[in-house]
Write a protein that binds this ligand. Structure first.
Ligand SMILES: Cc1cc2nc3c(=O)[nH]c(=O)nc-3n(C[C@H](O)[C@H](O)[C@H](O)COP(=O)(O)O)c2cc1C
Length: 197
């Protein structure tokens, strides 16, 4: 696929088949993340690739429980209101039941942590599109990245003490009947451009 076409036809997938991603495709997606640029070429993104159904289920449960504990106040950040409301209802699955979750952690005390993670995320989403896989950026683990329960569990899984989660990616085959999210090129609203000649 041409790069520009791959960019234009990438869309988020939120409905996944349970089928596992073949090893060779998964490796290519991860490698695309590892090849992403980073500030001063620090290459400090740490990719925790979760395929274990038990671990995915445990993460789902912990995220649901931790959001459900939160009270909605006028100060609650707009972005997480929906997550708290759905978690309180009890059936919240933050990762859309994809068979793979790639968690991108980076050093807590590093100024480019979020930017480096974002570069890796976009590379992985584009690689997924090229390989006929669906993907979706998942923010919940970042919102909870100082939560002691999640921190403790992620450290058990191999995240270092000085790392925090900055993004994660649900990955798998799209369950939409027309295959990968339609491969449509959608009109972009927003993102203004100002030329200064
Ligand atoms: C920083 C960032 C955070 C996002 N967080 C989530 C998320 O937590 N859950 C989700 O379903 N989509 C999330 N998305 C996906 C966006 O909602 C999506 O990219 C946007 O609506 C445009 O749609 P498209 O990806 O299909 O082009 C996130 C995207 C970005 C860039």
């Amino acid at each position: 696929m041409e790069t520009l076409s791959c960019i234009a036809t990438r869309h988020s997938t939120r409905n996944f088949k349970p089928d596992m991603v073949p090893e060779s495709l998964l490796e290519q997606v991860i490698e695309a993340g590892r090849l992403a640029p980073s500030g001063k070429r620090m290459n400090q993104n740490h990719f925790l690739v979760v395929r274990s159904p038990e671990v995915l289920e445990k993460l789902t449960l912990l995220v649901r429980e931790e959001f459900a504990k939160m009270e909605l106040t006028p100060e609650t950040e707009e972005n997480i209101i929906g997550a708290i409301k759905r978690a309180k209802k009890g059936d919240y699955v933050f990762r859309y039941n994809a068979p793979v979750l790639i968690i991108v952690a980076n050093k807590k005390n590093y100024g480019n942590n979020m930017a480096d993670a974002a570069c890796a995320m976009e590379n992985m989403m584009l690689a997924a599109n090229e390989l006929d896989l669906g993907s979706c950026w998942i923010n919940q683990l970042r919102w909870l990245n100082e939560n002691p329960v999640l921190l403790s569990y992620l450290r058990e899984l191999g995240m270092a003490d000085d790392e925090r989660v900055y993004a994660s990616l649900s990955l798998g085959y799209s369950a939409l009947p027309d295959g990968l999210p339609n491969r449509r090129v959608l009109e972009v609203k927003g993102n203004p451009v100002t030329y200064i000649d």
